[in-house]
Design a protein around this ligand. Structure first.
Ligand SMILES: CCCCCCCC/C=C\CCCCCCCCCCC/C=C/C(=O)SCCNC(=O)CCNC(=O)[C@H](O)C(C)(C)COP(=O)(O)OP(=O)(O)OC[C@H]1O[C@@H](n2cnc3c(N)ncnc32)[C@H](O)[C@@H]1OP(=O)(O)O
Ligand SMILES: Cc1cc2nc3c(=O)[nH]c(=O)nc-3n(C[C@H](O)[C@H](O)[C@H](O)COP(=O)(O)OP(=O)(O)OC[C@H]3O[C@@H](n4cnc5c(N)ncnc54)[C@H](O)[C@@H]3O)c2cc1C
Length: 672
């Protein structure tokens, strides 16, 4: 049911903030969306979804039981997927089912997450990326039409990171032309898959393939797990929900075990390798890791997902900071808006800049991904290692940075930021999971580090390396870069830091080998440095890409938009330079005086951005229905909304709670 919200006048402090704006908000929105057309398309889609849908709940999700929350999420998922299927895809085109607009609009329906998210987010992309044309023709239309609902079951109780260690087996039986799926141990049970517990009737399963007595490693299979009519688990399937967790509370993350469960041979996803009827194993892929393709796709999409989540948190915290007043600066003067405190600006303006940095970088990464995939389809896999290294580090750093900035947004809202009705705790716990899923932070940075060490060795011996590490050709043999406080100078310093750290890792590994260690131990002992080197490389990529994309995308912008976009990018460079002063002192000629100057310029920049702060978050153009926040709504009526939300607490349904008569009164009377 749709709840009616009273229309309120905009809070005078927010109205005043909006009058201060000196740039064209719509132009900035267009840049974020990827063009004027994209903004128009997004707005049209949002109108369709939000005017049609049951997006607001009478009772907040957090006041429901686990079961009610799930059932409500399913109800809304069905409504939303119908709108997606019948109306939105007509606008985006069927091939854009994974469009960020659909993802963004979904947030108006789900404060947390839809149990269908993994169906569209991973099951469908796996069908597209891993099926033969015949398999695609068989499964994809059913999946897109919601005739079947799928999950992605890879992780097991015993293994998430180490995919080669998965224990589920798929053994081919040539007599019946079937695979037998089996879970030999408790640790082999699939665990975590979103939507698997109660919702999905199919799933993609990763299992060790055995045929003709030989193990060929992990492969993907499509498996029906529930009856399509009764929804009962099929015989041989043990499936359920894994229990309450920090977030993801409206979805059903599941476990799954197989007891010699049979599936037809055709259910092995055979784009990159197949098993013939007689059991013969034939590999067609030119690269052994193409079966990991869905993970690479999601890692790529997570960078823009992080921009989106950060833009929500920044909008909430900045609007709140414009209406919240606290502490007299001078006796008898009005209390200032907390946004006037430079410390508050320091917490929050970096969030706006980072949302832009991730958004612009994510578009570039998406284009890179598309280009590499087009090459792979033609049989050229040369660029895959670079894409893997790039998507791994950008996923790791963007999720980790988003998480800590979102926490800063919560700190910036004081006690009210702790309220679930602010939505900041939901955003935080959703993003907290992203640092772990689709590859843990450390693990992915170590993947990037493998690539960097090889690239460094190439550069050291004078060979040209691939574009994202091309800076190594300039810097691999340089000791310290000369400090220069322009944007080019700061970007080059980040590259010098990365090159210096990678070089130091290579030397540590070599020294350890010289002192008698084998390569594996020398690598292991160097992993703390390797993670730091991969992070440094990622920061070098981020500052360079953000800057270049900002310049490219503002070429035809009006003067004031150019200025404000430029200011945000400079803020981003300075913020990270100041965060990494130790590294700058180590790998560049920066002096104490240079750093003091940088600090002063950074503080001046905070002050310069201050008048445009509210308009910069308005430019994210996040409708109240998507923000779900008592603190962040467009009108800024924070206190009214907090009070309104408090009334919805189930504890306020009755003036006296029965526990008073049952426990407190007897305790007071000494009768307990
Ligand atoms: C009603 C509807 C509502 C919703 C509607 C919305 C619609 C919107 C649609 C879409 C939006 C999508 C985005 C939204 C996202 C939000 C929600 C998403 C929820 C996601 C939930 C989570 C799911 C999961 O977590 S699935 C499980 C993921 N698991 C992992 O990531 C495991 C991590 N581990 C690994 O990846 C690997 O094991 C490894 C890489 C760490 C090691 O692999 P291994 O095989 O052991 O390889 P190794 O020996 O170390 O390396 C050998 C060489 O191979 C290279 N390599 C490894 N991986 C790759 C690769 N992928 N590609 C290329 N190369 C690779 C490696 O570097 C080595 O190379 P070298 O040269 O030898 O050094
Ligand atoms: C909310 C959520 C949703 C999920 N959804 C799905 C899903 O839909 N489908 C699915 O298949 N999976 C899903 N997962 C599982 C997820 O992909 C894994 O949890 C993730 O890949 C991490 O693996 P792990 O849990 O085995 O952690 P572990 O690998 O056990 O990590 C534990 C710690 O060990 C460290 N570590 C591990 N290996 C190394 C190493 N080689 N070197 C250094 N340090 C190491 C890690 O850095 C980490 O600190 C989901 C997880 C969450 C939290």
């Amino acid at each position: 049911m749709k709840a009616n919200r009273p229309k309120r006048d905009v809070h005078p402090d927010l109205a005043r903030e909006r009058l201060k704006c000196n740039f064209n908000i719509e132009e900035v929105t267009n840049i974020i969306d990827g063009g004027k057309d994209k903004t128009l398309e997004r707005k049209k889609i949002e109108d369709i979804a939000l005017n049609n849908g049951a997006c607001l709940d009478e009772i907040p999700d957090e006041c429901l039981s686990i079961k009610e929350r799930y059932e409500n999420a399913i109800r809304k998922s069905c409504i939303y997927s119908n709108i997606v299927r019948n109306e939105m895809l007509e606008i985006t085109g069927m091939e854009n089912f994974e469009s960020p607009v659909l993802r963004r609009t979904a947030d108006a329906f789900f404060k947390d997450i839809s149990p269908f998210m993994l169906h569209l987010g991973m099951f469908v992309p796996t069908l597209i990326g891993q099926s033969t044309p015949e398999q695609m023709a068989e499964w994809l239309p059913k999946a897109l039409d919601m005739k079947i609902i799928g999950a992605y079951a890879q992780t097991e109780l015993g293994h998430g990171t180490f995919i080669r260690g998965l224990e589920t087996t798929a053994t081919y039986d040539p007599d019946k032309e079937e695979f037998v799926l089996h879970s030999p141990t408790i640790t082999s049970y699939k665990w975590w898959a979103g939507g698997l517990g109660k919702t999905a009737n199919h799933c993609v399963v990763m299992a060790q393939l055995y045929t003709q007595g030989e193990c060929h490693g992990t492969h993907l299979f499509i498996v029906q797990i529930r009856d399509l009519d009764t929804h009962m688990p099929l015989p041989g399937i043990k499936v359920g929900e894994i229990g309450p967790r920090m977030g993801f509370s409206s979805a059903d993350n599941g476990f799954l075990g197989f007891n010699s469960f049979r599936i037809p041979r055709q259910n092995m996803l055979m784009k990159h390798a197949k098993v013939e009827k007689d059991g013969c194993y034939v590999k067609s892929a030119k690269h052994g890791k193409l079966t990991y393709g869905t993970m690479v796709f999601i890692r790529v999409t997570l960078v823009s997902e992080m921009s989106f989540n950060l833009s929500k948190a920044a909008t909430i915290a900045i609007r709140y900071s414009a209406v919240r007043r606290q502490t007299e600066l001078r006796p008898n003067e009005p209390e200032p808006q907390i946004l006037d405190y430079p410390t508050q600006q320091h917490k929050l303006f970096i969030c706006i800049a980072t949302a832009h940095a991730f958004q612009l970088t994510s578009k570039w990464l998406w284009d890179t991904f598309q280009a590499v995939m087009a090459d792979v389809r033609k049989g050229n896999v040369d660029a895959l290692p670079e894409l893997h290294a790039l998507s791994s580090c950008l996923k790791a750093v963007s999720t980790s940075d988003a998480l800590s900035h979102i926490e800063q947004c919560r700190f910036a809202c004081g006690g009210h930021g702790y309220m679930l009705s602010s939505n900041l705790p939901f955003i935080y716990s959703f993003v907290a999971a992203t640092r772990t899923y689709e590859g843990d932070y450390t693990v992915l940075l170590l993947q990037t580090a493998r690539f960097l060490v090889k690239a460094w060795e190439q550069a050291e011996s004078g060979n040209n390396v691939t574009p994202t590490v091309a800076y190594l050709n300039r810097t691999a043999n340089t000791k310290r870069v000369v400090w220069d406080n322009t944007h080019e100078g700061i970007i080059q310093s980040f590259q010098a830091i990365a090159a210096g750290k990678i070089g130091q890792c290579v030397r540590s590994i070599r020294d350890r080998i010289k002192s008698g260690m084998d390569y594996e131990d020398a690598w292991l002992m160097t992993t703390v440095q390797l993670v730091a080197a991969a992070e440094a490389h990622c920061r070098a990529v981020l500052v360079n890409t953000y800057w270049n994309e900002m310049i490219r995308l503002t070429k035809s912008s009006s003067a004031n938009v150019k200025t404000v976009m430029h200011q945000l990018a400079v803020l981003y460079l300075m913020y990270w330079a100041l965060e990494k002063t130790g590294d700058l002192l180590k790998y560049s000629s920066v002096s104490k005086q240079d750093l003091d100057d940088l600090q002063r310029r950074y503080e001046e920049l905070l002050a310069a951005l201050r008048p445009n702060a509210v308009s910069l978050v308005d430019a994210f153009d996040l409708r109240d229905e998507i923000l779900h926040s008592s603190l962040g709504s467009y009108d800024g009526c924070v206190y009214e909304r907090l009070m309104e939300e408090a009334q919805k607490s189930p504890l306020n349904a009755e003036p006296v709670n029965p526990s008073f008569h049952k426990y407190i009164k007897p305790l007071m009377q000494g009768k307990l």
